[in-house]
Design a protein around this ligand. Sequence first.
Ligand SMILES: [Zn+2]
Ligand SMILES: [Zn+2]
Ligand SMILES: [Zn+2]
Length: 288
Amino acid sequence: MNDNLFLTQEKANKLVDGYVKKVALKDFQRPFLHQAKFFPFQAHTGTAGQVRFPRENPPVMELYARHFASPRFIKTVRHELIHYFLFMDKKPHGHNKEFKEWSCRVDAGGTYHHEGDEFLYFRGYCPVCGEIKRIRYGDDEKQMTCSKCKHLGFEIDNLFGMNEIWIKQADTARKNIIDNPRYIVLLPDGSYLRSEMSQLLLKVPKETTSTMRSAYVTSNLSKALKRAKRYSGQVKKYYTADHEFIESPYIYQCKECKRIERKDSPFLLNHLVCGRCKGEIFIFKGIK
Ligand SMILES: [Zn+2]
Ligand SMILES: [Zn+2]
Ligand SMILES: [Zn+2]
């Protein structure tokens, strides 16, 4: 019997603890000084990961084992590490502005939700200066020039030897994303239209949400367009919306047609062209 196929919880916890410690050193250049483990194997948690900070005991990071061989796993780890390091630095450690800026820097996106476009991207790095770049599946990383040091050619991060498994998984997931498109409605203030279901369950009066979990998602494009029209919003593909929401927290609005653009930098005000009306005058609406 192959040991690796039937890991005990204890062995698995050792494995994931070592993994998190490697990610901390590689992506944050800081040690993770506490313990990471999987949620119990039978657990059905609503979340991919969490860090707990019990008052009497040291912090513990817990991760969902079933995601281990998935491209989004390392992002969940980075996401939880940001919570952890903010806590260690005695700073507010929620999903605040600093959190999101950090999330952009280390590529921790797409971890608020179980879906996402992680399967459509690889994480590349410049072999000379270490600059990180998201590389779309199918694009040739050897033909890309580093924006920092001008070196030609990126490498795909092998993620501690996990890449092969991930690429196999990604093929299935990509096919699903492409064959079953789903849509979401982005509103003029940069939030999303809330699903009626979540309004009912949470008893919230607001029709908008900034968490992807309670957003309105549909596979019916004409329905989505109708709703977008009613709320002066715009229809986005669900998987890109998820990615934009975390990694592009800076909101710009076209002055002419009110279209919203999410970007990953606050310094683009004079460099944007509206995707709808081709207008070039934007208003910076802040971070969300
Ligand atoms: Zn979080
Ligand atoms: Zn470079
Ligand atoms: Zn416009």
